[in-house]
Design a binder for this molecule. Structure first.
Ligand SMILES: [Zn+2]
Length: 220
């Protein structure tokens, strides 16, 4: 897969939102784990949708996966390993603690596959910028998905990285609110659910007081 690709063939920029969406594909539904990328095919479709892999590259990988299920399994495993490591690193940033051992190594290994920028002679006899692929298209996709986290830590606002307060959700998100005090990935779902739960708890408290048996007063 090494070699120069045609100029002007740079894929779209990956945003931190894409990185977190990738992390959040290892999802919780009402508190139960659910993987939104259960197969290599699902992962490749997701990568194509997010523009981190070209559809021709994905098709090639699909074809080789069909011919060799063991390779497909390994490919899916490395996607999930990097996704899990990104989750751990994001959690660590939010919780202001060191990430568990291995997760930084995993993310760093993924970053090594970043496209290399090179200067090349241009068609008009001058100099142009090109890029060279280091790994295969999956390496490429994973490196590109790790990249926004590096940029955020370099010159962004990592304090705004959040984990949704809803324990049955736990989505990673970036808080773009003016006050930087957002607690839920989405106010309409998790935020409302939390409010409703608090309301129920308060209502229950009140009825518990109302239902409480009247204590006999000890006369002395
Ligand atoms: Zn949420």
């Amino acid at each position: 897969m090494n070699g120069l690709v045609p100029r002007g063939h740079h894929a779209h920029d990956v945003r931190l939102e894409d990185t977190f969406d990738f992390v959040n594909t290892d999802d919780l539904e009402n508190g139960f784990p659910i993987d939104r990328l259960p197969t290599l095919g699902d992962a490749l479709t997701w990568f194509v949708e997010r523009g981190v892999i070209h559809s021709e590259g994905a098709d090639r990988l699909r074809a080789s996966a069909a011919a060799d299920p063991a390779t497909a399994e390994r490919d899916l495993a490395r996607i999930k390993t990097v996704r899990g490591a990104l989750r751990e690193v994001a959690d660590a940033i939010v919780e202001h603690r060191p990430p568990h051992s291995g997760s930084l190594d995993t993310v760093n290994r993924a970053l090594h596959a970043r496209q290399v920028i090179e200067l090349v002679p241009s068609n008009d006899g001058c100099v142009a910028v090109d890029h060279r692929h280091v790994g295969d298209p999956i390496d490429d996709a994973l490196a590109r998905l790790c990249d926004p986290l590096v940029s955020e830590l370099t010159n962004g606002d990592p304090e705004r990285i959040r984990i949704c307060d809803n324990d049955t959700c736990r989505w990673v998100f970036f808080d773009t609110s003016r006050t930087a005090r957002r607690r839920w990935c989405d106010m309409a779902t998790c935020g409302n659910r939390a409010k409703a739960a608090r309301h129920r708890a308060r209502a229950k408290d009140k009825s518990a007081i109302a239902d409480a048996p009247i204590q006999p007063i000890a006369l002395s």
